[in-house]
Ligand binder design. Structure first.
Ligand code: IMP
Length: 194
């Protein structure tokens, strides 16, 4: 069965596909969806919903979107919903991590969490799922895998950052992994295959 994931991020798509084994998860670039989706909300929920709505409006097909933010305690939960463009409109992961490390350089409390909101649209009806992963920001970048802020995020009870984990290891404990597990469960209970 096919389900559209309203994203052009291949890293996210790979993470999600590994959990949605009975679905073919189709990303936006496979759909020839040329325009970038609008993402103008002030909350993760609103952005996820906005992205899913745009794809539903265009395709009338089952689809879901996610929006993720990194909330850092010592920075009053910034960068949060603005995580992608923390260091500027270029949305560059290295720049974002460097700025975050700089802004935390004089802070003792390095606690942070990733939060993912997923909005699923089935037949024009929307359902929401959330996943949270608690952890802390490391003093330096560690690991080569993953994407975004993965090299500087150390999940609680782990000795390795997300960037030092395999896809499956990350999915078992991550914000997105938790949200997608809820989505999978929901699809099963709805008698969809998942
Ligand atoms: P968005 O959900 O694509 O808007 O992501 C917001 C920001 O968080 C971007 O800078 C992403 O690279 C980053 N991000 C999203 N998910 C993850 C993740 O699982 N690990 C690390 N960074 C992430």
């Amino acid at each position: 069965m096919k389900i559209i994931f309203a994203s052009q991020n291949h890293n996210k798509l790979n993470e999600i596909q590994s959990q949605l084994a009975n679905y073919t998860v189709v990303g936006l670039d496979q759909l020839l969806f040329p325009e970038e989706l609008q993402e103008t909300g002030t909350t993760l929920d609103a952005n996820a919903r906005q992205k899913a709505q745009q794809v539903w409006d265009k395709t009338q097909e089952s689809c879901f979107a996610d929006d993720t933010g990194l909330e850092v305690d010592a920075l009053n939960d910034a960068p949060g919903v603005y995580s992608a463009r923390y260091a500027g409109a270029q949305k560059n992961a290295e720049d974002n991590m460097n700025l975050l490390l700089l802004n935390l350089s004089n802070k003792i409390n390095r606690k942070a969490r990733f939060r993912t909101c997923i909005s699923l649209c089935l037949d024009g009806v929307f359902y929401e799922f959330e996943g949270i992963c608690e952890g802390e920001i490391t003093l330096q970048k560690l690991g080569e895998k993953g994407f975004g802020y993965d090299p500087i995020f150390l999940p609680n009870d782990s000795k390795r950052t997300f960037a030092e984990m395999s896809l499956d290891e990350k999915a078992r404990i991550s914000h997105r992994g938790i949200a997608v597990a809820k989505l999978v469960n929901f699809l099963k209970n709805k008698s969809f295959v998942a």
